[in-house]
Design a protein around this ligand. Structure first.
Ligand code: ATP
Ligand code: MG
Length: 506
């Protein structure tokens, strides 16, 4: 038995009748990056929340840190040397970047010493620099892009680590879900450094490529139980997925149909936002068009500008000859234009409301103004949408916040796609969705396109873009710097163009 690092034995957790964790053992040694994997709803975040005192485990569990037995439920995890980035990042929306960097660390102040804002700013700038983030310390969190938020959460955890000289248990629950390939490589490298310095690192991700690149050990959960464990160098994606699903997955990506050549229906001219500058493109019915680029280059802004969720500063987006820009949200929805936002905590769902209430928001517009909303009808249509999108558990009356992260994302997709939109605008549509469910979601996107929907998708998952899109635009410094299609449309080419390295690209 090791006397250091983290040791958990006999961990169980029930929510009413649901057994989210069942007799789980987990040991993470210092210097180790330990990947905790499993399907959506398999219990990963629940384990993390127990490790940080958010939930009390069922009786019988034991936890040791650096050989010492810890009383459960845990209080003040950072006093025990546990630093966590939760799936929802835990940033305070209406506070500034600087304030968020200070909150968990008590502003680096000694008990009686006053807070030095000058020192705070200097430390803040230095921290942002260390994670390669170029943002104003006075910006409010809700003004940041998903990638900026994730990186900021990391910087904050890093500060916590730096302020304690002891070794740490560093837990990252899907820190890279919002990030581009380059940014997630940076996060993975940071994780490696933290482990190499003697900390125990637990890493949760559905991006198996980065998992196999960094993990020393892997534990796979299935339905709250440990389904398999293996050393990182014995793991390949196929083996991990089989262990996660308990079955073989035959294909990672659906077949894409080639749309019949028709005239464009979406015509974008001179589109200008905060980051994109006078962008022009056209899309025909049935086309899936991707937008990729490094964080902050503007690709992620395009779906929001067209949907009017971010007001455009100029340009035009004509759909079927009608201008979309400057319309009300209601008018956009009435034109059958749907946006699936990348930040579901902020824009995607109403987490305190029930699943059926979220899913009904759009349905209700089909109701005649005076017709009473029939509850049984609402429940019935929600149930079928949840089944189609594989939301688990299929409980229309659960609060959205009670679903696992990936299942919340499926609810967002069900809400905006159930209605067969004519234009589907997506930002990181499969973030947090497990390998098995990802295939189903992508299949539904490809199906929608095959029926004539115009699909625009912004993503940092280059492999996914290369596999589902017909064309991918690269955005650099707010402009479309390249378009990749046919044999040139590969994830390697997307990455090269996104980085502005044109030497080997097609
Ligand atoms: N507060 C809660 N009340 C009721 N059920 C809950 C609660 N929190 C989690 N659950 C349930 O516990 C199970 C495990 O959820 P958990 O969030 O740990 O999954 P996960 O492995 O992190 O999934 P994902 O990959 O989607 O993030 C799910 O079935 C979820 O619906
Ligand atoms: Mg989770």
């Amino acid at each position: 038995m090791t006397t250091d690092g983290l040791q958990i034995t006999g961990l169980g957790k029930s929510f009413g009748g649901l057994r989210a964790l069942d007799n789980v053992d987990l040991t993470v040694k210092p210097g180790e990056v330990h990947a905790l994997l499993g399907q959506n709803g398999s219990g990963k975040s629940t384990l993390v929340k127990i490790m940080t005192g958010v939930y009390a485990p069922d009786p019988g569990a034991e936890m040791r840190l650096w050989g010492r037995k810890i009383n459960l439920p845990l209080t003040a995890p950072h006093h025990h040397g546990i630093a966590v980035i939760h799936q929802d990042l835990g940033l305070v929306e209406d506070m500034t970047v600087l304030e968020n960097l200070g909150v968990t660390s008590g502003y680096g102040a000694r008990a009686i010493a006053p807070i030095s804002f000058r020192r705070e700013r200097a430390t803040g700038r230095q921290l942002l620099k260390s994670v390669g983030l170029d943002i104003d310390l006075n910006k409010l969190i809700y003004e940041l892009s998903p990638a900026e938020r994730a990186t900021l959460a990391l910087a904050r955890a890093q500060r916590l680590l730096q302020e304690h000289s002891e070794h740490f248990v560093f837990v990252l629950d899907e820190p890279t879900a919002y990030l581009s390939a380059e940014d997630s490589r940076r996060v993975v490298a940071l994780m490696r450094d933290v482990a190499d310095a003697g900390s125990a690192v637990i890493f949760i991700s559905h991006r198996l490529q980065e998992v196999t690149a960094v993990a020393d050990q892997i534990t796979v959960l299935r339905d709250g139980k440990v389904a398999d464990r293996f050393a990182g160098d014995e793991a390949d994606q196929q083996r991990i997925i089989d262990a996660m699903l308990g079955r073989k997955l035959n294909a990672y990506y659906p077949n894409r149909t080639v749309p019949a050549p028709t005239a464009s229906v979406l015509k974008v001219r001179g589109l200008t936002g905060r980051r994109v500058l006078s962008v022009d493109f056209e899309v025909a019915p049935g086309e899936i068009v991707g937008f990729a680029g490094l964080v902050g280059m503007g690709h992620e802004e395009i779906p929001y500008l067209i949907a009017g969720a971010t007001p455009a500063c100029g340009g035009s987006a004509m759909f079927d000859g009608i201008e979309l820009l400057g319309q009300s949200a209601r008018a956009i929805i009435d034109r059958s234009v749907s946006l699936v936002p990348g930040n579901r905590q902020r824009d995607g769902v109403w987490t305190d409301a029930l699943a059926r209430e979220n899913l009904a928001l759009l349905e209700n517009r089909h109701q005649l103004a005076l017709a009473p909303l029939r509850l049984s009808q609402e429940r019935g249509s929600t149930l079928s949408a949840m089944q189609r999108f594989g939301v688990r558990p299929t409980e229309p009356d659960h609060r959205v916040g009670q679903f696992s992260g990936g299942n919340q994302q499926k609810i967002v997709l069900a809400k905006w796609m159930a209605d067969s939109p004519r234009v589907l605008l997506l930002d990181e549509p499969t973030q947090g969705i497990d390998a098995g469910a990802k295939f189903d979601v992508l299949n539904m996107i490809c199906d929608a396109a095959a029926k004539g929907t115009v699909v625009l998708v912004a993503s940092g998952d280059y492999e996914q873009l290369a596999n589902i899109c017909h064309r991918v635009f690269i955005v650099r410094y707010g402009q479309l710097s390249a378009v990749l299609e046919g044999e040139h449309l590969t994830s390697a080419n997307i990455a090269r163009h996104a980085q502005g390295d044109l030497r080997e690209a097609g």
